[in-house]
Write a protein that binds this ligand. Structure first.
Ligand SMILES: Cc1ncc(COP(=O)(O)O)c(C=O)c1O
Length: 371
């Protein structure tokens, strides 16, 4: 079978399953109430953040022009790294061009054939792909199942182990039992890799769930994150000890063989961190929006900004998303194969940028759509 015959068969199958994905161009329309994006603190369009991006582009160029190890390390990268490390409570940080790259970097460079990778079943696709690229042995455990994590660690034959989780899960919106996981990792001489994509800017005072729980800076904990959600920019980072970061600089292929983060993105993230600190009310507002939406949708309140609303199936989920869209409220929709448990969901995300009037309107609509 040639490629195009196979592509035709694949497309027909997706059509039969109701799983066709397509790209929609968004016009940057301010009339839409956005409960689908990840701009949790409403900083993506903040004039201070966009001005910092513009200034950095003028000063340093539209791109970093080379790998960080060649000529692509600029003062804005090192400033962002030291600020992130201090703010999130780690010894050091390394900025990557995306959060996806940060996850590939941490998992592949910190594992070898003598490493067991214990991964929660609900981790992000970038961690799944990182496991596929790693030479270690993979054990997938049920979501947030501490007993299964312990069993895998206790029976391991490999010299080292990494346990892979998200602090706040991107689809389910629930939190990982991080304190217990760190306890297990320390008992079994393993390292916990926590993806804080949905925790930074959201949990605690914005410093993330790891910091909030007092777990930052422990040798057994490594954090990965994206700059593209609460910080409103683009890019990613790995945080941990200086030894971990030095190792990544020397061994991580997704860091070494990749052009450095664009200066505009680095400067925007740095400014977003500053704004987050001088306007702590943004984090509080985000949690008020999340709680109001949870009550409207009839689901439990959550630690983060992501609300997961189960729907009977993919067709119903798509119809509900379309109904919200027609009334000017953009919501996310997750269907298999993006959901590891096969359940279709509406995904609502809270943002500090949603006004009280918008929240009232969106709450009423969501109550009707999911009823
Ligand atoms: C949990 C999680 N990890 C990693 C990523 C990847 O981050 P980025 O978009 O910066 O590549 C995402 C983004 O979708 C995510 O939700």
């Amino acid at each position: 079978m040639n490629l195009h015959t196979w592509l035709g068969e694949q497309a027909a199958q997706r059509e039969r399953d109701g799983l066709v994905r397509s790209l929609t161009t968004h016009t940057g329309d301010h009339d839409v109430i956005d409960l689908a994006g990840n701009d949790y603190l409403g900083l993506c369009r903040d004039p201070r953040v966009t001005a910092a991006a513009a200034d950095a582009a003028v000063r340093w160029g539209a791109g970093a022009s080379a790998s960080r190890l060649v000529t692509g390390t600029l003062p804005v990268h090192t400033a962002l790294e030291s600020t992130l490390a201090a703010r999130l409570g780690h010894e050091a940080a390394l900025v990557h061009s995306t959060g996806y790259h940060a996850n590939l970097s941490a998992v592949t460079a910190l594992s070898d054939r003598d490493t067991l990778l214990v991964s929660d079943a609900h981790v992000h696709a970038s961690l799944v792909d990182a496991c596929r690229l790693s030479r270690g042995t993979l054990a997938v455990v049920a979501h947030n199942d501490l007993a299964q994590v312990e069993a895998r660690l206790a029976e391991r034959t490999q010299a080292r182990a990494l346990v892979l989780v998200e602090s706040i899960y991107s689809v389910l919106g629930d939190a990982a039992p991080l304190t217990e996981l760190v306890g297990l990792c320390e008992r079994y001489d393993a390292t916990l890799v926590v993806d804080e994509a949905h925790g930074v800017g959201v949990a605690g005072d914005g410093g993330g769930l790891v910091r909030e729980l007092g777990l930052g800076g422990r040798p057994s904990v490594i954090v990965t994150m994206t700059l593209s959600k609460a910080l409103g920019s683009q890019g990613g980072a790995v945080l941990g000890s200086q030894a971990v970061i030095d190792h990544l600089v020397n061994r991580s292929r997704s860091f070494i063989y990749d052009t450095g983060l664009a200066p505009a993105a680095a400067a925007a993230a740095l400014e977003a961190l500053r704004v987050m600190d001088v306007e702590p009310e943004r984090v509080a507002r985000l949690h008020h929006v999340a709680a109001t939406l949870a009550d409207a949708a009839g689901v439990q309140r959550v630690a983060g900004a992501v609300l997961s609303v189960e729907m009977p199936g993919p067709v119903e989920a798509l119809a509900a998303q379309a109904e919200c869209g027609a009334s000017g409220v953009r919501v996310g929709c997750f269907r298999p194969p993006s959901t590891p448990d096969g359940i279709s969901r509406l995904r609502l995300t809270a943002s500090a940028g949603v006004s009280e009037d918008e929240l009232t309107l969106a709450g009423k609509l969501i109550g009707t759509v999911v009823a």
